[in-house]
Design a binder for this molecule. Structure first.
Ligand SMILES: *[C@@H]1O[C@H](CO)[C@@H](O)[C@H](O)[C@H]1NC(C)=O
Ligand SMILES: *[C@@H]1O[C@H](CO)[C@@H](O)[C@H](O)[C@H]1NC(C)=O
Ligand SMILES: *[C@@H]1O[C@H](CO)[C@@H](O)[C@H](O)[C@H]1NC(C)=O
Length: 325
């Protein structure tokens, strides 16, 4: 009887020892100038003000026996991430804040090599030189589900940027950058993409060919400079549920364009546009009164004509401008 308990205690002790060995941070003096901390059950390595990739290499060498879940780099500046870095450290999450890094990879190499099966999340905020980063040369990041690029200097999204090597990407957010142009097939090969958020940029036009087929359930284009949308823009999007077009310069919302997805939308935000409430917009009010409406709906108000100015298109007094049917 006592033997059994002892055996159990031994096993428990071994388990505790093992977990305290691998589930901990490296000694702080080994990883200076970086720091490691536990956040809930995750271990996070944070480095700040690093001016050479070789300093990072030395720190990463000290982490190989530890399980580090996330890597955060802040206020640093160097030409590129050297090839060896991610042979040493295999985080599932990388957060880059306020860095000036010229290239994601050493010349002649692919970015993030070594992280093919581990990297799930990348966030880059206040990044510089992002227009020069060649994302298309990502190694195939099979585990990557989410990319967030915020408050950076990205102004153009080229055809090759997200082409063909991110098979699991579910969410792509590019917010508060300076994006004003997007190539014709920029996001089309992201076949798992469910959420595309491009808010607070300077986007003036979009086309259906930019988006992938079938998978998208959320599109957020709020606070851009869109003055019109092509009629086919939401075609072939059977899962679209969330659409945010607030804060643009849209005048018309034709039934051709929006009618096809109207009944499947759960959420639709169109306030803060330049809606011209002519008879071509009355379909919205008709459907609304037939109780065909997104559960969460904010249409904002008509800007023109003067008779309907300030009225919500769903409940506007259409007879005032002679639209009866
Ligand atoms: C990015 O990489 C691809 C593939 O190697 C190459 O074809 C393309 O020209 C590169 N683009 C830029 C802007 O360097
Ligand atoms: C999406 O479907 C359309 C129409 O079937 C097709 O022309 C287009 O090439 C498809 N796009 C992709 C990226 O598969
Ligand atoms: C869409 O953009 C707005 C800002 O304009 C933001 O508040 C909201 O969280 C975004 N929603 C999604 C689902 O991306």
């Amino acid at each position: 009887m006592g033997g059994k308990t002892q055996k159990f205690q031994k096993i428990a002790l071994v388990i505790i020892l093992m977990s305290s060995w691998s589930f901990s941070c490296p000694p702080p003096e080994n990883i200076a100038p970086c720091t490691c901390q536990r956040v809930f059950s995750k271990f996070q390595l944070k480095c700040k003000k690093i001016f050479s990739s070789s300093v990072l290499e030395e720190v990463f060498e000290q982490t190989v026996d530890y399980r580090i879940d996330s890597f955060q780099l802040e206020d640093s500046s160097f030409p590129y991430f050297s090839q060896r870095l991610f042979q040493l450290l295999k985080p599932s999450s990388i957060t880059l804040i306020g860095n000036a890094i010229l290239s994601l990879a050493e010349p002649g190499h692919l970015p993030f090599q070594g992280l093919e099966d581990s990297l799930e999340y990348i966030s880059v905020s206040r990044g510089q030189y992002m227009n020069d980063w060649n994302w298309s040369r990502f190694t195939e990041l099979r585990a990557l589900t989410s990319i967030l690029l915020s408050s950076g200097d990205l102004s153009h999204i080229g055809t090759t940027m997200f082409q063909g090597n991110l098979p699991s990407l579910l969410y792509l957010t590019i917010k508060s950058n300076h994006v004003s142009s997007i190539d014709k097939s920029a996001f089309s090969s992201l076949e798992s993409l469910e959420g595309l958020a491009l808010w607070d940029n300077g986007i003036t036009s979009i086309e259906r060919s930019m988006f992938p087929n079938a998978s998208l359930s959320q599109i957020n284009l709020s606070y851009n400079k869109l003055s019109s949308l092509p009629d086919d823009i939401f075609q072939g999007m059977p899962k679209l549920e969330y659409l945010d077009l607030r804060g643009n310069q849209l005048k018309k919302l034709g039934e051709q364009m929006l009618g096809g997805v109207w009944n499947q939308l759960e959420t639709l935000y169109i306030s803060e546009n330049h809606l011209q409430c002519d008879c071509a917009l009355k379909w919205i009010s008709d459907r609304y009164h037939k109780r065909e409406r997104p559960r969460e709906l904010d249409m904002g108000t008509c800007v023109e004509p003067p008779q309907l100015k300030g009225q919500d298109p769903t409940t506007a007094s259409w007879y005032l401008i002679g639209c009866f049917i």
